[in-house]
Design a binder for this molecule. Structure first.
Ligand SMILES: CC(C)(COP(=O)(O)OP(=O)(O)OC[C@H]1O[C@@H](n2cnc3c(N)ncnc32)[C@H](O)[C@@H]1O)[C@@H](O)C(=O)NCCC(=O)NCCS
Ligand SMILES: Nc1ncnc2c1ncn2[C@@H]1O[C@H](COP(=O)(O)OP(=O)(O)OP(=O)(O)O)[C@@H](O)[C@H]1O
Length: 197
């Protein structure tokens, strides 16, 4: 069975960028956000249940994220209801991936890893992190992002300091080269451990 390495961090901390660096070392990669995109897409496994609960969210046979954002903004109960539908389907997608992976290390990129207690199924957890002002500047540079939306998303996520405290490895994503060097050392550490197991 592959070594399960959870990869998490708050919004804009560099999860996707760092995940690709692990892939460059021959690790398999499963991405929770990508799984949600598949589930919401036309014919995706979440469409029927979401149509039942939120008929207004359906557009062209898939779940519209723009509509969902409007629904969430208007109704405080909407997000937990969405999570109850989506998270079990995400978990199934993850199990299907793990069942077929043959690589020695599988990296699971999961934004809400600690919030949803997924760390219990990991052999180790990496948290990516930069100082809050760098995070804020990166996220606000994204098209369509506002300070209000950023603060709302942050308020729904576990604070960075707590994530760091729970991590087995913290990777500073201040520069690409620095992150690459830390990824190389995490991979070497795990492979050394596996060789001695
Ligand atoms: C709320 C939705 C419609 C926003 O979609 P949108 O494309 O605008 O943004 P995106 O998905 O890229 O998320 C933006 C940021 O919010 C974070 N985020 C997403 N869902 C949640 C959540 N349930 N709780 C806290 N943070 C969240 C993401 O990690 C990311 O940092 C969408 O994220 C969604 O349907 N979420 C519910 C499913 C879920 O929990 N997904 C998280 C991964 S399992
Ligand atoms: N090591 C790094 N050095 C410099 N910039 C970086 C580094 N890692 C990521 N970034 C930059 O930070 C921003 C956010 O990175 P990325 O999209 O990987 O974050 P994320 O955690 O996956 O975001 P989200 O939570 O929104 O999915 C991007 O603009 C990216 O180019």
């Amino acid at each position: 069975m592959s070594f399960r390495l959870g990869l998490t961090g708050s919004i804009g901390m560099g999860k996707s960028t760092t995940a690709q660096m692990f892939k460059d070392h021959g690790c398999a990669l499963w991405d929770a956000d990508a799984a949600v995109h598949r589930l919401y897409g036309k014919g995706g496994a979440a469409v029927a249940a979401m149509q039942g609960a939120f008929p207004d969210a359906i557009e062209n046979g898939g779940v519209s994220r723009d509509r969902l954002r409007e629904i969430i903004a208007a109704d405080a109960d909407a997000l937990p209801r969405i999570e109850r539908i989506v998270h079990p389907l995400v978990a199934q997608d993850r199990q299907d991936f793990l069942a077929t992976a043959t690589e020695d290390i599988v990296v699971l990129d999961i934004p809400l890893l600690f919030e949803n207690s997924s760390e219990t199924m990991m052999d180790a957890v990496v948290v990516v992190s930069v100082p809050p002002e760098v995070q804020r500047a990166r996220v606000l540079a994204r098209p369509g992002m506002t300070a209000e939306r950023f603060d709302l998303i942050l308020s729904r996520q576990m604070p960075d300091a707590e994530k760091r405290a729970r991590a087995d490895y913290v990777i500073e994503t201040d520069t690409i080269d620095h992150a690459r060097a830390q990824v190389a050392s995490v991979v070497a550490d795990i492979r050394k451990m596996l060789a001695h197991a």
